[in-house]
Ligand binder design. Structure first.
Ligand code: PDD
Length: 285
């Protein structure tokens, strides 16, 4: 039997229901996190929980629990579901109230939900790399908030999938921002270049791990905006996310990236990233 966390209680997943007037359902009025689980252990859990609090804070939702309490509840959920390899999905909304654009009164409690999903590592894609398309970034200007409102991201991902690709690389005019559900990097002359963590992208937890690994291993990094031309002219391109790890990009809009094979800096970062998983979660399955 599968279990879910609903407002502090672990219950049968099939009984975990929210109201049709939940503001997450009606307005996308909430924020979320996806946490990777390796060997039954949460990877970078503190970083995810801190970002969860920050996202909630920035839209005026106060978490009814401390991050320590949430971590404990998630641990219990993992144990109950006996999840070894997969993801935790967690979201908080502004709660249930009669539909109105205005925030409900402060005494309306938020709705917190979490559940687990079994998921293997995308081993074959990590080995071979993935294809991408370019698409204009039509999202709002607070992409740093991990909001439930993902319409722009969904439209971009759907377009990529319909083109037979794994991801859509978004750009605002000439400036590359991020993927529909990932951060984007280019490598040029040995330097890793990725968009600065401002309001136009999500500050990826995987991105932070990768930049930390670059620092430790003397791989130069520039966190700055880069152009579509620089992307097309890159020696290597890769993307990152909780579920995609360090994923080589081998094609953009039908054109190969350099020789069309994953690059050497990308390969090194994949190795360092796996070592980091082993360090934090002990065994890589
Ligand atoms: N997406 N940018 C966007 C728009 C994202 O949705 C994500 C993650 C990232 C990478 O963030 P992180 O490294 O913290 O996973 C960047 C998650 C996995 C999702 O929505 O499923």
């Amino acid at each position: 039997m599968a279990f879910a966390l609903l407002n502090g209680q672990i219950i049968n997943r099939s009984e975990a229901k929210v109201d049709i007037e939940d503001r997450g359902y009606q307005f996308g009025d909430g924020v979320y996190e996806v946490i990777r689980v390796y060997n039954g252990k949460m990877f970078t859990v503190n970083e995810h929980l801190q970002r969860f609090v920050k996202s909630a804070d920035s839209i005026g939702i106060t978490l009814p629990y401390t991050t320590k309490e949430i971590a404990e509840m998630l641990e219990e959920l993992l144990k109950k579901n006996n999840l070894k390899l997969g993801n935790i999905y967690m979201q908080i909304t502004r709660g249930t109230a009669p539909r109105n654009h205005l925030f409900p009164p402060a005494n309306v409690p938020p709705t917190l939900v979490a559940y687990t999903i079994k998921a293997d590592r995308p081993v074959e894609k990590l080995e071979k790399g993935v294809k991408t398309i370019l698409t204009e970034d039509i999202r709002w200007l607070r992409c740093d908030i991990k909001s439930l409102n993902l319409l722009g991201n969904l439209l971009a991902k759907q377009k990529a999938t319909e083109a037979g690709c794994y991801e859509a690389i978004q750009h605002r005019g000439q400036d590359v921002t991020e993927g529909s559900s990932s951060n984007i990097y280019i490598v040029k002359n040995g330097v890793v270049i990725t968009h600065e963590s401002d309001h136009l992208i999500l500050k990826g937890i995987t991105k932070d791990v990768i930049l930390g690994l670059c620092g430790k291993n003397n791989i130069p990094v520039e966190e700055r905006t880069f152009s579509v031309d620089e992307l097309r002219d890159a020696d290597e391109v890769f993307l990152s996310s909780t579920t995609s790890e360090v994923m080589p990009v081998i094609e953009i809009n039908g054109t190969k990236v350099a020789s069309g094979a994953p690059g050497s800096v990308t390969r090194k970062l994949q190795t360092f990233f796996e070592q980091e998983i082993e360090r934090q979660c002990r065994i890589l399955e």
